[in-house]
Design a protein around this ligand. Structure first.
Ligand code: 6U4
Ligand code: NA
Ligand code: NA
Length: 183
């Protein structure tokens, strides 16, 4: 059998309007903005890992809900990555920069909400727009290449699953992401 490593990635999304990302200062994905997350340690569940990593990397707690699964295959790597993605509409605590991550808020640009989604139509209300006022848009060019393909599903609250394949230089070769049926 081949090997898989289990990771988490968590996003705090307020009013469907702004999202908290972290600038990775070191290690895997250095120089990229991403959600907060890391390896699931032995003896903990995926959601426990997601909560722990969010606290370690951003200093906050949040009512995380599982929203998707990503599967990454990298040329030459000894294991694939299975990433459970979580989102929360809220958080408690004080957002704190750490040695690993520099957190910042970004406004969710309309291009990242599918046009057919109810959240994009007329009632993406004034409160949402106000909440994201003055914030920069999500910096897609400084993120993993797969993110723009599944983030719209996360932002529109549709569960999703998908896979992306990368070459040894982290260039994305192919991808497939799709919404899954609601439970
Ligand atoms: P250690 O070794 O413990 O410091 P750990 O903090 O557990 O590592 P880390 O920070 O390397 O893990 O986690 C990698 C993070 O990057 C996880 O949140 C998963 C995420 N990730 C990896 N590849 C990704 C990709 N192609 N697209 C994406 N997130 C990815 O959006
Ligand atoms: Na981490
Ligand atoms: Na870790």
């Amino acid at each position: 059998f081949k090997k898989v490593k289990f990771y988490t990635n968590a996003f705090v999304i307020i009013n469907d309007a702004k999202v908290l990302l972290g600038y990775k200062k070191r290690g895997f994905g250095q120089g990229l903005w991403n959600g907060f997350g890391g390896k699931v340690d032995p003896g903990e569940t995926s959601i426990q890992a997601a909560q722990r990593e969010l606290e370690e990397e951003a200093g906050i707690n949040a009512p995380l809900e599982h929203c998707g699964v990503l599967f990454f295959v990298v040329d030459g790597a000894d294991a694939a990555f299975n990433i459970d993605v979580y989102r929360a509409n809220d958080y408690t605590g004080t957002i704190t920069e750490t040695d690993e991550m520099r957190p910042a808020w970004f406004s969710i640009q309309k291009e990242l909400l599918p046009p057919t989604n109810p959240l994009t139509t007329a009632d993406r209300s004034s409160t949402s727009d106000k909440d994201a006022e003055g914030l920069p848009p999500i910096p897609l060019k400084q993120m993993w290449a797969d993110d723009e393909f599944w983030m719209p599903l996360m932002f529109s609250r549709r569960p999703f699953v998908g896979r992306a394949d990368f070459d040894a230089d982290s260039k994305m070769l192919k991808w497939w992401f799709a919404a899954t049926p609601a439970e």
